[in-house]
Design a protein around this ligand. Structure first.
Ligand SMILES: Cc1cc2nc3c(=O)[nH]c(=O)nc-3n(C[C@H](O)[C@H](O)[C@H](O)COP(=O)(O)OP(=O)(O)OC[C@H]3O[C@@H](n4cnc5c(N)ncnc54)[C@H](O)[C@@H]3O)c2cc1C
Ligand SMILES: *[C@@H]1O[C@H](CO)[C@@H](O)[C@H](O)[C@H]1NC(C)=O
Ligand SMILES: *[C@@H]1O[C@H](CO)[C@@H](O)[C@H](O)[C@H]1NC(C)=O
Ligand SMILES: *[C@@H]1O[C@H](CO)[C@@H](O)[C@H](O)[C@H]1NC(C)=O
Ligand SMILES: *[C@@H]1O[C@H](CO)[C@@H](O)[C@H](O)[C@H]1NC(C)=O
Ligand SMILES: *[C@@H]1O[C@H](CO)[C@@H](O)[C@H](O)[C@H]1NC(C)=O
Ligand SMILES: *[C@@H]1O[C@H](CO)[C@@H](O)[C@H](O)[C@H]1NC(C)=O
Ligand SMILES: *[C@@H]1O[C@H](CO)[C@@H](O)[C@H](O)[C@H]1NC(C)=O
Ligand SMILES: *[C@@H]1O[C@H](CO)[C@@H](O)[C@H](O)[C@H]1NC(C)=O
Length: 591
């Protein structure tokens, strides 16, 4: 007779409108116990909450510090052309890094999404799964072959699907249909390839030995999380559809998880979350009868673990927190990717004049508002990207070893941008045609940390990416800049590339000075609750993402990656979230 209540529920849903509860304060919720509690409605958390609530008899509470992503102020989130502009707004946590020794002691803003969808609602839309070697290395690190590239394929297909750009232009030959799936997250190519794009692609045919063309997922045409003329985030793709069709999922917004609690004083079973809306607000407790899933991201997750007494005991003592589990690697092993911009004046057509013309920009935004068409409806700033390696005989590799995931994984990355993007210490010219190539260190060996500033959940933690603090890292960025200068001397660029805005950066010392003054975060932190094998002492979570030393608690977000990703992290976070959802369902026999 177990089918009966399910059937009744479905009939009821068909007849009326079945809706989840959306709450903006903890006291609005009348129940205090759920099967699962998911902390953070970000990239990973929205996927997990949506997948777990597919089973109608399972109750799920999803708790998010930020607010709605579809209010009156949400255009900055949804319009593809505005990607990046939510930084420093109400949708950003507004973190700042600690002073960076490798960057002349500078601090810098460290954006993270503070809204439904988390960072997938504010990021730059790039969709790149990275090399297969990333996954094979995770499998090796976790000593669990189910994380291998071959074995994670179903989760890619469950997450993503390719869609046309708004203008339905043919993108045949620019991507490989066979490697795309049938999931709710939409990805697409640009609607309007630029002259710069054509030159980059031409280079990969003319100079295919040095700069090979990849049809899909790697260097070549860029794919972005845009569909039906708007950003596709974990919130638009997963969370809203679930909220609008289910009764067993509750979303609590504008509320921060401040601490996790255990069943009893002597037990190591985590089953409670304490929440509050601000430092002085009344605190509430919710209980999970099955599991708690931490998806607060690479900054929020280690902060919550530390506040709950799961971390290096010495550091916990210093902040007056009782140690539950002495777990030395919580908040450690942080890896992020620094980026700099190099600009050239060009003899050709770029977006720079358009982007310097406020009236033209108003016109495209107006057109978008009218019928969701035009330049604003797709990614336009950059549409090609290159992942490159140091030469195999590079002294850097000989001296320091190869930190990338394998022989097909990048050490550095170029994005070809169709306008002038300035570094923090530059002022952009207001006339002329310009291109920018960003140089990113893909495989850093520097290791930073997230530590507590105090025992208050409402104080930002100390975020130290430790950028360019290793000889390999600064050496690789210098080699990357030189490699870019060489690339631009190939005949593809004849008659197009003019003088560099920076003047000639020739010697290693000149390049190093430039890089240390200009580098900022690419906003890809990982590693602060890293996965490790079941038997290994180090690491924070085991192969099934369960936090070591306790029961009832998993981490599902970018914190679990043991190494900086070889592609762009959102695609890899989605894969982790889909696989984790399947693992949790398996544990609890949910179909
Ligand atoms: C500006 C920007 C641009 C980027 N560009 C790209 C790109 O183009 N391509 C790409 O692949 N990646 C990009 N990234 C990185 C990528 O978006 C992230 O790596 C990924 O989204 C992280 O997913 P996550 O689930 O780990 O964390 P998030 O998506 O950040 O989710 C964490 C969620 O937890 C919530 N939270 C945190 N603490 C608490 C708490 N105590 N209580 C309740 N809720 C809490 C947060 O508000 C947030 O919603 C970018 C990131 C940023 C910020
Ligand atoms: C981030 O800063 C902006 C600008 O000062 C502010 O409006 C916003 O509320 C801040 N975000 C948070 C989460 O406090
Ligand atoms: C693109 O195709 C869709 C589906 O066939 C159609 O609804 C839409 O009007 C087309 N858009 C344009 C700009 O051609
Ligand atoms: C690129 O190559 C194609 C054919 O090989 C040619 O038609 C096109 O003009 C070239 N474009 C540029 C910008 O060089
Ligand atoms: C915002 O999203 C929620 C959940 O999907 C929905 O109930 C609400 O109507 C939406 N609000 C607007 C203004 O679209
Ligand atoms: C803190 O939260 C409480 C209840 O949620 C609210 O009434 C109060 O205004 C908030 N205080 C501040 C300073 O935001
Ligand atoms: C959308 O609006 C613009 C004018 O703002 C118009 O030129 C264009 O034809 C319209 N497109 C569609 C598909 O309606
Ligand atoms: C600029 O491009 C035009 C047309 O492609 C070409 O004739 C001219 O020589 C170029 N100028 C320079 C300075 O390269
Ligand atoms: C930069 O180098 C080029 C080519 O070597 C040279 O022609 C030019 O004068 C140099 N510019 C500066 C500002 O040194």
């Amino acid at each position: 007779m177990t089918e009966f209540p399910l059937l009744l529920l479905c009939l009821f849903c068909g007849a009326t409108v079945c809706r989840a509860g959306i709450f903006t304060a903890p006291e609005q919720i009348s129940t205090s116990s759920y099967d699962f509690i998911v902390v953070g409605a970000g990239t990973a958390g929205a996927v997990v909450a949506s997948r777990l609530s597919e089973n109608p008899s399972t109750t799920v509470l999803l708790i998010e510090a930020g607010g709605l992503d579809n209010g009156t102020d949400s255009a900055v989130l949804s319009i593809p052309f505005l990607a990046g502009q939510a930084i420093g707004t109400t949708f950003d946590w507004n973190y700042t890094t600690t002073s960076q020794d490798g960057l002349n002691g500078r601090t810098m803003p460290f954006p993270r999404g503070f809204v439904m969808g988390g960072s997938s609602s504010i990021n730059n839309l790039v969709y790149s799964r990275g090399p297969s070697e990333d996954w094979d290395r995770i499998a090796a690190t976790a000593d669990d072959p189910s994380w291998s590239w071959d074995n994670i394929q179903p989760f890619i297909f469950r997450n993503e699907r390719h869609v046309p750009a708004w203008n339905n232009r043919s993108d045949v030959g620019e991507y490989n249909p066979v490697v795309h799936g049938h999931g709710p997250l939409m990805s697409s190519l640009t609607s309007t390839p630029s002259e710069l794009d054509h030159r980059v692609i031409n280079m990969t045919t003319k100079f295919g030995q040095e700069y090979p063309f990849n049809l899909d997922l790697n260097s070549g045409w860029l794919q972005t999380t845009v569909g039906e003329s708007a950003r596709s985030s974990s919130s638009t793709a997963y969370l809203h559809p679930a909220l609008n069709s289910r009764e067993n999922l509750d979303l609590l917004l504008n509320t921060q998880v401040t601490k996790l609690t255990v069943t009893g004083a002597a037990e190591m079973n985590v089953n409670g979350v304490i929440v509050a809306q601000n430092e002085t607000a009344v605190a509430f407790t919710f209980i999970a009868t099955k599991e708690i899933i931490l998806s607060a991201g690479a900054i929020g997750t280690p902060q919550i673990l530390l506040l709950s007494g799961i971390g290096p005991s010495e550091e916990l003592d210093k902040n007056g927190i009782t140690t539950l589990v002495d777990s030395p690697d919580v908040g450690k092993n942080m890896q992020d990717q620094p980026i700099i911009f190099l600009q050239w004046e060009v003899n050709g057509t770029t977006l720079a004049p358009f982007l310097n013309d406020e009236d033209a920009i108003s016109a495209v935004l107006e057109q978008y508002e009218q019928n969701k068409t035009g330049i604003a409806a797709s990614n336009v700033l950059f549409n090609t990207i290159g992942f490159l390696r140091l030469p195999e005989n590079s002294p850097l590799l000989e001296e320091y070893g190869d930190p990338s995931a394998g022989p097909h994984s990048a050490h550095f990355q170029f994005s070809f941008i169709d306008t002038f993007l300035q570094n923090i210490n530059q002022v952009a010219p207001t006339t002329g045609d310009w291109i920018t190539v960003s140089v990113v260190l893909q495989s850093p060996t520097s290791r930073g940390s997230v530590t507590l500033a105090s025992n208050s959940a409402f104080d930002h933690p100390l975020i130290d990416p430790a950028f360019l603090t290793s000889a390999f890292d600064i050496g690789t960025v210098i080699e990357a800049v030189k490699s870019l200068q060489t690339l631009l001397t190939t005949s593809t660029w004849d008659g197009f590339i003019g003088p560099p805005f920076t003047g000639n950066l020739t010697t290693d010392a000149e390049i190093e000075t430039f890089v240390r003054a200009a580098a900022v975060t690419l906003k890809h932190p990982v590693g602060t609750a890293a996965i490790s094998s079941a038997t290994q002492e180090g690491g924070v979570v085991g192969p099934n993402l369960q936090v070591k030393g306790v029961t009832g608690l998993r981490v599902v977000d970018a914190s679990i990656f043991p190494f900086a990703v070889g592609g762009f992290p959102q695609a890899e976070v989605y894969i982790v979230a889909e696989r984790a959802s399947a693992l949790i369902k398996e544990t609890w026999n949910l179909s």
